[in-house]
Design a binder for this molecule. Structure first.
Ligand code: ATP
Length: 252
């Protein structure tokens, strides 16, 4: 459903994404992991069509998102890590505005707005300005806006940031139900417990390249351990400071 083919992005002389190849099928939740600055957000923005690749391409259900952006975007919902929200709209107005971007209007949109707001316990805030929403409420509104047009592909950058435990549980349930219905969910996260419990397949990226990918069992093999949890695998695959270096900087 999503194909990344030699996807590359440079900022000036710096290569943030260095030729990523990935195939992410239907009916699954795919996790993108990697250290700070690895290139996750840059990759997700290219998939969402917000950033243009320098080379390589993104196919969403067969549609190249640069050559055929309208078809690709119709199929895709995107939850960015730092969303821009129009504070002077109400929650319902923001969702109607999002629906309008896909050419959707009328009673069906009203019903969809109501069901999404009810799902996330935001119905009492339907006609309140977004400026009065808390951080977590905004996150839930942005997720609703990404789902408004019933996309087949959902791309979520750091989904759990700001969500309370009940909302985080609900989001996991939403993602699982979405995938069980045949959807493709791509989620970037630093929460390894979330990745381990939720994702069917994973890719670890580091310095703009895929350094490991597959199921958790595949990653265990990659890390040469039959029992390792994802934290241990992640630390093995993406090397950072050693204990002795840490002790030198902050120890006695
Ligand atoms: P984190 O986990 O910290 O959010 P990330 O894996 O999402 O990191 P990106 O935000 O994709 O990483 O950034 C990848 C690299 O590209 C980083 O080194 C970052 O400094 C650089 N970068 C990102 N955006 C820009 C930009 N607009 N201009 C220049 N460099 C950028």
């Amino acid at each position: 459903m999503i194909i990344l083919d030699s996807l590359t992005k440079r900022y000036g002389d710096f290569t943030a994404v260095a030729g990523i190849d990935l195939e992410i099928g239907e009916a699954q939740i795919f996790g993108l992991l990697g250290p700070n600055g690895a290139g996750k957000t840059t990759t997700l923005r290219m998939i969402a069509g917000i950033l243009r690749p320098d080379s390589g391409r993104v196919l969403v259900a067969g549609h190249d998102n640069v050559l055929d952006p309208i078809e690709a975007r119709k199929l895709l919902g995107f939850v960015p890590d730092r969303p821009f929200v129009y504070d002077k709209l109400t929650g319902a107005e923001l969702l109607r505005f999002s629906a309008g971007l896909y050419g959707l209007t009328g009673p069906e949109v009203e019903a969809r707005v109501d069901e999404l707001l009810e799902l996330w316990d935001l119905a009492p805030w339907k006609d309140q300005l977004v400026e009065s929403y808390s951080h977590g409420m905004r996150q839930k509104l942005i997720i609703s806006s990404a789902l408004i047009h019933r996309p087949r592909v959902l791309v979520v950058d750091e989904p759990m940031v700001g969500l309370d435990p009940r909302s985080a549980w609900l989001l996991k349930d939403v993602l699982r139900t979405f995938a069980q219905g045949g959807g493709t969910a791509l989620v970037s996260t630093h929460t390894l417990e979330l990745a381990e419990s939720l994702c069917d397949r994973l890719a670890v990226i580091d310095k703009g390249r895929v350094v490991a990918s597959g199921s958790i069992e595949d990653l265990r093999r990659e890390a040469r351990s039959e029992t390792a949890g994802l934290e241990e695998i992640f630390l093995k695959i993406t090397r950072g400071a050693t204990d002795s270096e840490i002790a030198r900087v902050v120890g006695d």
